[in-house]
Design a protein around this ligand. Structure first.
Ligand code: NZQ
Ligand code: ZN
Length: 388
């Protein structure tokens, strides 16, 4: 096991009605005026925004609204949010939504106190200061409520880039009420499940040895996620299943499953190009990319895939390659049961521009990228081909 330093300072406040604590929690963090950031309208239709603003009013927190954040959020809304937060003298950013809203909020938080262009951070400049961010989570998926990451697409050139600032960009608190997820379309619930499973795979596929505790935590989480997801499919208002899936989304990505081990993250790089170029839902893109990436690895480095297959999918087979391939078939069967795509064609990309995808992924991630087995352009091409 590698040396590690783990600190996950976000306060998670979990359960029914916790969104009504938003105002009090901002006050506890010293906030006086909040920029509330929301998406395309689901939180307006559900009445959540009204409850949140009432809670801010009751706590004496002034507020102003930035709406219209789209899935796969873009830089133009970040610039707009930075201007608005400065003009309105906001000292706190409250994200009410999912990963796209939270990531936009984090980028605004970093941009407000910075004199230059916020995109500098996405070009490698470290974030040195940021406004505090709080979250009211509405979809378990990206895990951004507990991560120090933000992923933004620059419209000029369609570059979707992820940055990380483990402490400055981690939300101060996340209010997590599983009932808020009852209104999700099933396709979004399913994509969220594929995303959180992928966050575990990115950590599980590691060359680091002697990491039995995180291996077993990852395997247990994957089994629980698949079982609970199918309960939600059967009964969308199953509170406990929604609660387990909501907490899984956080656990999968707040870092606890990756301590002491080298993580991979190549599949996220490969998927981010699909989201940037074709606008697909991130989790649905991962349901296509991960089986393809695992199939590539089954040929050249099958050990971890074989362990996953045996321990998570109960495959009995002594041959690593063949066990890994059987595990991938089981994973794809689960995705199909969740009505997720498992090929680029099913994802709505029958004629992918693989030259472009390969060029962009290496432009954005470097060459090689990923750690389980670093990928060169010929490898990325093969994986996109396997995904067709
Ligand atoms: O915009 P509204 O109207 O709110 O609708 C949203 C959106 O259309 C809808 N939705 C959310 N909560 C709902 C709801 N509809 C009904 N009821 C609710 N309770 O769901 C749609 C998707 O929302 P989005 O925020 O895009 O989802 P998600 O949480 O999956 O976020 C995806 C983004 O996060 C990035 C992805 O790349 C993608 O851009 N990621 C961020 C990470 C991070 N910051 O650590 C890590 C991830 O790997 C990921 O890359
Ligand atoms: Zn993800």
């Amino acid at each position: 096991m590698n040396n590690f330093f783990f600190c996950s300072p976000t306060k998670y406040i979990f359960g029914r009605d916790v969104e009504n604590e938003a105002g009090r929690r901002i006050a506890d963090e010293g906030g006086k005026k909040a920029l509330i950031v929301i998406g395309g309208g689901s939180v307006v239709r559900s009445g959540l925004l009204d409850r949140v603003t009432k809670s801010l009013d009751e706590a004496g927190i002034a507020h102003t609204l930035l709406s219209g954040i789209q899935p796969n959020p873009v830089d133009t809304k970040v610039y707009e949010g930075i201007r608005q937060a400065r003009a309105e003298k906001c000292d706190f950013i409250l994200a009410v939504g999912g990963g796209s809203v939270i990531d936009t909020s984090k980028a605004i938080a970093a941009g407000v106190p910075y004199d230059g262009d916020f995109w500098d951070f996405f070009m490698g400049k470290p974030v040195e200061k940021a406004l505090p961010v709080g979250v009211v989570l509405t979809i378990p998926a990206a895990g951004s409520e507990g991560s120090g990451n933000t992923v933004i697409t620059r419209l000029d050139g369609l570059h979707k880039i992820s940055i990380r600032s483990p402490y400055l960009l981690r939300p101060k608190f996340a209010l997590m009420n599983p009932e808020l997820t009852y209104t999700l379309p099933f396709s979004q619930t399913a994509a969220g499940v594929a995303d959180m499973m992928s966050h575990i795979f990115e950590r599980y596929f590691s060359q680091t040895e002697g990491v039995e505790i995180t291996d077993r935590l990852c395997e247990g989480a994957l089994k629980a996620i698949m079982a609970e997801a199918l309960k939600i499919k059967a009964t969308p208002t199953d509170y406990d299943a929604r609660a387990n899936i909501m907490w899984s989304g956080t656990v999968a990505h707040n870092g606890v499953l990756g301590v002491g081990r080298q993580e991979d993250w190549a599949s996220h790089g490969l998927e981010h190009e699909l989201s940037a170029v074709y606008g697909v839902t991130h989790g649905a893109g991962l349901a296509v990319i991960f089986p393809a990436w695992m199939t590539f690895m089954a040929d050249c480095q099958p050990q971890r895939g074989a362990q996953l297959a045996r321990r998570v999918f109960d495959i009995v087979d002594d041959d690593d390659r063949s066990a890994a391939l059987k595990g991938i078939e089981r994973l794809k069967a689960f995705y199909r049961e969740m009505q997720l795509p498992t090929t680029l064609a099913e994802l709505g990309i029958p004629e992918p521009d693989i030259d472009l995808l390969v060029k962009k992924v290496h432009e954005n991630k470097g060459t090689p990228f990923g750690f389980y087995r670093p990928l060169f352009p010929a490898d990325s091409r093969k994986i996109y081909e396997l995904a067709r």
